[in-house]
Design a protein around this ligand. Structure first.
Ligand code: ADP
Length: 259
């Protein structure tokens, strides 16, 4: 458990990790895990040693996105050893429970599992640990934000008003716990017809730009709604590894350059 100072936990580094970047969304299904994995793989493409920590305890996606399964081995000093694919180290609640078993836990058990994922994993001297956060601004998010020495947070949103209202809550939470916001990622920002190349803004066009401006934040990137992003994720081979030279990977690499 973390040490306390004046009733508040002292923010700690994760052993074996240099920089921690949180990827967050205040709402589910906006593409947070897809952004997390592709940005992590992009950082690696840029020559960094990278790991990904999936703390979406009730809906872990990283095992599927990396086509990994099975229980982690335990090191001699009792730490969890990450599972790796495409050169990326990973740890997830998904490795600790059977996929068909939903996590039905009380708060205390959730917090115990979270502490293990945060501080009991043997990462191997990473430049970056990308943390795929659960959606929302609840207990898990607050615990992580209060306990970890984080270098910055990215908020993923769609251009829809409802997702943006939630994104604003996420901005407020990170400001409250003194975590620097790196910026917003606008996912599913537009659709380019593969036949006629017409660009349509299905979920609206100016929402994220407006919120970014209102909160003095940068838009780190805009990612189109694209069938390949979805099918390759489902196949466990995210676009940054399956189509590294395609323009579809470019926005993720551009975001990675800014973190
Ligand atoms: P979250 O982590 O926010 O719940 P996911 O990353 O799991 O969201 O994405 C939800 C679904 O949307 C997945 O099926 C994913 O493959 C798909 N998806 C994410 N981003 C895109 C995109 N830019 N284009 C098409 N499908 C996407």
């Amino acid at each position: 458990m973390p040490r306390m100072s004046k009733g508040l936990p002292i923010k700690q580094k994760i052993p074996g990790v240099n920089k921690i970047v949180l990827v967050s969304s205040a709402k589910g299904g906006v593409g947070k895990s897809t952004v997390s994995i592709n940005v992590a793989l992009s950082l690696q493409k840029l020559g960094k040693k990278v790991g990904i920590l999936d703390v979406d305890l009730f809906g872990p996606s990283i095992p599927k996105l990396l086509n990994l399964s099975g229980e982690p081995r335990i090191s001699e000093n009792g730490k969890l050893l990450p599972l790796s694919n495409y050169g990326l180290e990973s740890m997830s609640m998904g490795y600790l429970i059977k996929p068909e078993n939903p996590v039905v836990w009380r708060g205390l058990m959730v917090m115990k599992a979270l502490q293990q994922l945060l501080f009991e994993v043997q990462w191997s001297n990473l430049d970056y640990l990308v943390v795929d956060m659960p959606p929302g601004t609840g207990d898990t998010q607050l615990t992580i934000s209060q306990q970890l020495k984080v270098n910055g947070a990215i908020i993923v949103t769609t251009p829809q008003d409802i997702a943006l209202i939630d994104a604003v809550k996420g901005i407020a939470m990170f400001n409250k716990v003194d975590i620097p916001l790196l910026g917003l990622v606008q996912n599913m920002s537009h659709y380019i017809c593969p036949n006629c190349h017409h660009e349509s803004h299905i979920f609206g066009s100016k929402g994220a730009e407006r919120e970014a401006k209102n909160h003095d934040l940068e838009i780190l990137g805009s990612i189109p709604l694209n069938e390949e992003i979805c099918t390759q994720s489902d196949a466990g081979k995210p676009v940054v590894v399956s189509s590294p030279d395609s323009p579809i990977s470019d926005p993720y690499v551009d975001i990675a350059r800014k973190v």
